[in-house]
Structures are given as C-alpha cells and as structure tokens.
Design a protein. Structure first.
Length: 397
C-alpha cells in the first residue's frame, strides 16, 4: 500500500475553494514556487548559459520523462517531455503513418478531443498522399477497426463525459488487423492506473497540466514502445533530436534513444515546475488513487442524483467505464457552473450543456464532495442560475 490520501498539506489550496477542475488545470503544489525561484535565482541568474551543463537542463526532458513514466506504466527511457500535446499528437501520428505506408485510413471517434482531429486533418493535407480521417461512434470503434486502417488514434478518457475506452481490448483489435495504436492520455495520466507497456501500444501522448499539476502551459509527453524507438523517423526533425546536436552537422541523424522525439529547446522553467510537481506523487500507489477517485465520484453521483433531479448524468454510471471525472447535463449548465464558481466550487463547462467535475484524491476528500453538492443543490433549488450575470460567457469556459 502507498501513502494515505488525500495529501492536502502538499498543495496551495485557496481558502474557501472546493476545486473540482483538476482535469483542466491542477492545483499548485507548495514545492513549485520555491523550485522556480531557485531555478530563476541560482541557476539562470548565477550560472547563466553554464546552467545547461551545471544544472543539467539539457538532461531534464528525459529525466522528468522517466519520473512521469512510472505513473503510466512505462519503462525507463521510453517517455520524453517537451513541446505541447498538439505537437506530440502530430509526431505520434506522423510516425504511425510511416509504419504503414500501404494504408490510408486514420481511425478515431466522434468523442475525441477536437485538436487531435484537427492535427490529423492538417497532417493529411500536408503529406498529400490520399489519407482519410474516419470517425466512428465511441461504442462502435472496435467494429470499425479493419485492415484498411493504418493507425487508430483515440483518447482513453473522453474529455466531456469521462467515458473510458478499454485500452487493452482496442489495442489488441488494432494489432490483430495490423494497425498501429496511438493513445492520448490527457485525462488518464495521474487520474487512474495506466499500463501503457502492458497494452503493447506503439505510441502514447499526454499533457501534464491537468492531474499531474504541472501548471498552465506545462510541457507534454510522448511514449514510444522501446522496440520501436530506434526505427522511428521523426517528421519534426528538430535540432535537439539529433544524435549529436553540438556537432552542428548539416544533415539530420536522429538520436538512437527516445531523445529523437525531442524537437526544439526545452522550456526549462516550465519543466522545472513539472519536475517539482511530480514530487507529490512520491509513494502514491496508483491503485489506491484509483480506488479513492471511484469512491469520491460515487458519492457525488448519488448525492447529486438524489438532490438535483433536474440534472442528467452524462457520464457512465459504471465506475469501470469512467475516468476520474463526472459530468452532468443541463440546458443552462453554463449559468449553473458560473454560479457554482462564484460560491467557491470550481468546475468547468463543455458545450453544449455539460457541467464537468474532476476528482483528484490528492487534495479532494469526501467532506469536500458533500459540501460541493450542498452548494449545487442550493443553487438549483433557489434557481440562482437564472440571474443574467451568470449567462455572460467568458472567453475560457
């Protein structure tokens, strides 16, 4: 067994706030500000350019990748930190298509996060080889995987509803017909047990600012199955993915390691924040975290169902089919969420009518859940959400 949960003492939680939005932006770990101050003051400030060597900035993306890899079941040397999730989707997708040059179909589902689909469309237009993006309904993905598919690209946990794909079953099906498997773990990493190595998928990508608490704009990650690392030809052939960047060769020669998935100069400050944030996971057993997450979600679903009958559960009722978030639908969900936020219960809204709540057992407990439902029920009973001020749309929802 790992450490007990929650670990609120490790986080800088604002007074009077119940934070149920860790699936969009995680809470600030207390260790991060001092680490950033140290990097800024002592490493950048005093070492200047020497910091790339003395502070080991150049090694940071791989070092932090290994630290993160433990949380998704990845072996050492198979995860690289850097860039944005959008870039990592592009890298993984391009590499997948290179592995199946005789196939033209990228298969995804209608519930996938739009940016993944946008990147697929952009890649198809860029390479101009007649590829097509095909979308199946989430429940029909298994049946849609046939021998015309080059790569199956899916997000394991649906960003709107929390519905969770069966990673093992879908990967097996993809491999049975000879397709490559690419998983997006944006709503999985740090939220539930992931056995990325055991799934045998070729690629996985994800972001670190949600459940991993890396901060706004925190760098993304990419996983490549170890037996494939030396064979991948990076489409984004960046300087730091070269085998010997400081040899300044005119031709690209990829690093023999996961380092070939690096592109440009790593964001040292952001990666330092992430490295410090990952310290809060020391001793945490992902099975314990998942059990705590399920328990919190169950309390929330039962309480809201009993006290707010006008809200419709949009997430799967079976915990085994759900990630670490719960969504309820309501025609004026945006206004209800705005009223909740004003009362200190922070979740978020996803169009057209989804109120989304993320449960992070590192800093959320049962008392928080009950208190959040009390406030939600009061807003619904009093119809507080009808106030026009709650219907004014913000730029970010």
């Amino acid at each position: 067994m790992g450490v007990s949960l929650p670990r609120k003492e490790l986080f800088d939680l604002p007074e009077g706030v119940i934070y149920l939005d860790g699936n969009s932006l995680g809470v600030l770990p207390k260790s991060v500000p001092e680490r950033l101050a140290q990097v800024t003051r002592d490493e950048w400030g005093k070492e200047l350019i020497r910091g790339w060597n003395t502070a080991k900035w150049m090694d940071q993306p791989a070092r932090v990748g290994d630290k993160l890899g433990r949380l998704i079941g990845a072996p050492q040397g198979s995860v690289m930190i850097g860039d944005t999730l959008t870039i990592k989707v592009f890298q993984g997708l391009a590499a997948s298509l290179q592995m199946r040059p005789d196939r033209k179909v990228i298969l995804s589902d209608t519930g996938n996060f739009p940016t993944d689909l946008y990147m697929a469309e952009g890649l198809i237009d860029t390479i101009g080889k007649g590829h097509a993006l095909q979308l199946a309904k989430p429940e029909a993905v298994l049946d849609a995987i046939d021998d015309s598919v080059a790569v199956v690209m899916l997000t394991q946990v649906d960003y709107r509803t929390g519905r969770m794909h069966d990673m093992a079953a879908i990967t097996r099906r993809a491999h049975k017909v000879g397709a490559v498997m690419l998983w997006d773990l944006a709503h999985s990493a740090g939220a539930l047990e992931v056995d990325i190595a055991g799934s045998n998928c070729e690629f996985a990508v994800g972001c670190t600012y949600k459940y991993l608490n890396g901060g706004p704009g925190a760098p993304a990650f990419i996983y490549v199955r170890p037996d494939l690392i030396g064979t991948i030809k990076p489409t984004l052939a960046g300087w730091l993915g070269h085998d010997a960047p400081f040899a300044f060769e005119t031709g690209y020669r990829p690093a023999p390691s996961i380092g070939r998935m690096r592109v440009g100069t790593p964001p040292v400050l952001q990666t330092s924040a992430l490295e410090a944030a990952l310290d809060v996971w020391e001793g945490v057993d992902m099975a314990d975290l998942r059990a705590a997450s399920v328990a919190l979600c169950e309390v929330f679903i039962k309480q809201v169902g009993a006290r707010c009958p006008s809200l419709t559960l949009a997430s799967p009722r079976d915990a085994a089919q759900r990630g670490s978030q719960v969504s309820f639908a309501f025609p004026d969900g945006y206004a209800v969420m705005a009223a909740l936020i004003e009362r200190g219960v922070i979740g978020d809204f996803r169009a057209p009518d989804i109120m989304r709540f993320g449960f992070t057992p590192l800093y959320i407990d049962r008392n928080d859940v009950i208190a959040a439902v009390d406030i939600l029920a009061d807003i619904m009973d009093r119809k507080t959400w009808k106030d026009p001020k709650y219907h004014v749309k913000q730029a970010v929802t």
